[in-house]
Design a protein around this ligand. Structure first.
Ligand code: NAD
Length: 474
C-alpha cells in the first residue's frame, strides 16, 4: 500500500503543515500498512477556510445538480469496491466477504439514497402567511470512528453534501485509508474545490481544532461517549450545532413465549458481528429465569460456529480486533467478568489457539451476569456476551433500561405485536423486532448518553438543515 503523505484541501492534494506521521497497522498481521499525516491546527484552518469559501456557491447549487455529483461518487466507489473491501479487511480486520457486503456495500447504497433524496426532499412549505425554507447549516466538520469507517463517513458526508453543506472530514486515525480512496473518488467526480476536504491526525489535536474553529457551523461526530462529552464542551464556546452518535450497551430481551433457539442465535449474531465492535451490538441477552439453562446451552453451541481467523482466509466468521490496545481492553473486561463472579460459559481471556499474532480474542459468553456488574454496564467493544436472567416483564424492561446508554436493542416474542409492546418501553433509538434488520432509510441514533441527533435517510438530511421563515403580510 502506498504511503499517504498529503491532505485533500480545496480540490488539491497538499503537503500538510503537521510534520508527523501516524502508522496504520494491519490488525491480523500487526504489520504497518501505510503511514498518514498527523495534521495540526494549520491544516484544520486551511481546510475550514476552503470549505467556507466554497459554501456560498455550493449551497446555491440546484438539488438536482448536487444529486448528480452524489451519483457520480456512488459510481466511483462501486468501481473501486474490491480495493476498498481489501483495505478495510486489513485496517479493521473484518473478514473480506463481510467487509465487501457491509463495510463497502452500505456506503455505496447510501450515496445513492442521498442522490435520490436531494431531488425528492421538500425544500420549502407554506404555513399560514409564511413560507418555510430549508437551508444548509453551513460548514460541517465530520469526525468519524474506525469500526465501520466508510459507512460512518458516508452517513455524514453524503447527507451533508445533499443538504448543500460543505465538509471537512477527519476520519479515525486508526482506519483512515478508505477515506483517502473516497477523496480520490470525489476528486475524480469533479466536485467543486473546497466542497469536500480531508484532513487526518489525532482527535485531541486536529479534531479539537475543527471543533473549536469559529467558521465551523456544525460538528457531526460518531465515536465514544468520552470524546462526545469533550466535543460538546469545546463546541459550547462557539454555540455550534453538535450531533453525537455515541456508545451503547444494547439489550436483547427474549420473552417467555419466544422461539428460544432462533432468539438466542439472532442475539449471538447481533453481538459478535465485526468481533463485537459495533455500537449497536446486542451485548446483553435477557432471558426468563425458567429458561436460563436452555438459553445458555444454545448460546454456547452457536458460539462454537464463530470461527476466528485470518480475515483474508475465507472461512473465518470473526477477524481480529482493531488494535493491541483494544485487545488488551477486551481481555481486561473478560478477566473482570470472571473476578466479579459471572459464569464463563465459552471463550476466555487467552488468545485463540494458533493465533498469537494479530489482535485476536476468543468469542466469549458469560452466564448469570449481575445487571449492575462492570461487564453488564460498560461498553466492551469486543465479542463478549452477557446472559442476564429476569423474573417478569417489568424487571426485564428495568434491566434493559438500566445503563447510561440508549442506542439500540431487540425484543423476541411469539408475535411482532407482542414484541412491539415491550419495544415501546425501551428507552433506545431503535429496537429490532424478532430479528428485524438494519434499515438505511430509518433514523439511527441514541437516547441518553448514546447521543442525540439522527442519521440515515431523510432524518439524516434534516440534521444538516436550518429552518428559515419568510413572513408575508397576512
Ligand atoms: P473515539 O471517540 O476514540 O474516536 C472517534 C473519532 O473522534 C476519531 O476520529 C478520533 O480521532 C476523534 N476524537 C477523539 N477525541 C476527540 C476530541 N477530543 N476532539 C475531536 N475529535 C476527537 O471512538 P473510536 O474508538 O474511534 O470508536 C469507537 C466508539 O465509537 C465506541 O464507543 C462506539 O460505540 C462508538 N460508535 C458509535 C456509533 C453510533 O452510531 N452511535 C457508531 C460507531 C461507533
Amino acid at each position: 500500500m502506498q504511503n499517504r503523505d498529503k491532505l485533500y484541501i480545496n480540490g488539491q492534494w497538499v503537503t500538510p503543515s503537521g510534520k508527523g506521521k501516524i502508522d496504520v497497522i494491519n490488525a491480523s498481521t500487526e504489520e504497518v500498512m501505510a503511514a498518514i499525516p498527523d495534521g495540526d491546527e494549520n491544516d484544520a484552518a486551511a481546510a475550514v477556510a476552503a470549505a467556507r469559501n466554497a459554501f456560498d456557491r455550493w449551497s446555491a447549487t440546484a438539488p438536482a445538480d448536487r444529486a448528480g455529483f452524489l451519483k457520480k461518487i456512488q459510481e466511483g466507489l462501486k468501481a473501486r469496491s474490491d480495493e476498498l473491501a481489501r483495505i478495510i479487511a486489513g485496517e479493521v480486520g473484518m473478514p473480506l466477504k463481510l467487509s465487501a457486503m457491509i463495510q463497502v456495500g452500505s456506503p455505496i447504497t447510501n450515496f445513492g439514497i442521498y442522490a435520490k433524496l436531494a431531488t425528492a426532499f421538500q425544500w420549502q412549505e407554506k404555513t399560514g402567511n409564511s413560507v418555510v425554507v430549508r437551508e444548509p447549516v453551513g460548514v460541517v466538520a465530520c469526525i468519524t470512528p474506525w469500526n465501520y469507517p466508510l459507512h460512518q463517513i458516508a452517513a455524514k458526508v453524503a447527507a451533508a453534501l445533499a443538504a448543500g453543506c460543505t465538509v471537512v472530514l477527519k476520519p479515525s486515525e486508526v482506519a483512515p485509508l478508505n477515506a483517502f480512496v473516497l477523496a480520490e473518488v470525489i476528486d475524480a467526480a469533479g466536485l467543486p474545490a473546497g466542497v469536500f476536504n480531508l484532513v487526518t491526525g489525532t482527535g485531541p489535536v486536529i479534531g479539537e481544532a475543527l471543533v473549536r474553529h469559529p467558521d465551523v457551523d456544525m460538528v457531526s461526530f460518531t465515536g465514544s461517549t468520552r470524546a462526545g462529552k469533550r466535543i460538546s464542551e469545546v463546541a459550547a464556546a462557539t454555540v455550534k450545532r453538535v450531533a453525537l452518535e455515541l456508545g451503547g450497551k444494547s439489550a436483547s430481551v427474549i420473552l417467555e413465549d419466544a422461539d428460544l433457539a432462533a432468539a438466542v442465535k439472532g442475539t449471538v449474531n447481533a453481538c459478535f458481528l465485526n468481533s463485537g465492535q459495533t455500537c449497536s451490538a446486542h451485548t446483553r441477552m435477557l432471558v426468563p429465569e425458567s429458561r436460563y439453562e436452555e438459553a445458555a446451552k444454545v448460546a454456547v453451541e452457536v458460539a462454537k460456529g464463530f470461527t476466528v481467523g485470518d480475515p483474508f482466509g475465507g472461512s473465518a466468521k470473526l477477524g481480529p480486533l482493531i488494535s493491541e490496545a483494544q485487545r488488551e481492553r477486551v481481555r481486561g473486561y473478560i478477566r473482570k467478568g470472571i473476578e466479579e463472579g459471572a459464569e464463563l460459559l465459552a471463550g476466555g481471556p487467552d488468545a485463540p489457539q494458533g493465533l498469537e499474532r494479530g489482535y485476536y480474542v476468543q468469542p466469549t459468553i458469560f452466564g448469570k451476569v449481575k445487571p449492575d456488574s462492570t461487564i453488564a454496564q460498560e461498553e466492551i467493544f469486543g465479542p463478549v456476551l452477557s446472559i442476564i436472567t429476569y423474573r417478569d416483564e417489568d424487571e426485564a424492561v428495568s434491566i434493559a433500561n438500566g445503563t447510561l446508554y440508549g442506542l439500540a436493542g431487540g425484543v423476541w416474542a411469539s408475535s411482532d405485536e407482542r414484541a412491539m409492546q415491550v419495544a415501546r418501553r425501551l428507552r433506545t433509538g431503535q429496537v429490532d423486532i424478532n430479528g428485524g434488520a438494519f434499515n438505511l432509510g430509518a433514523p439511527f441514533g441514541g437516547y441518553k448518553q448514546s447521543g442525540h441527533g439522527r442519521e440515515m435517510g431523510a432524518y439524516g438530511l434534516e440534521e444538516f438543515l436550518e429552518y428559515k421563515s419568510l413572513q408575508f403580510r397576512p
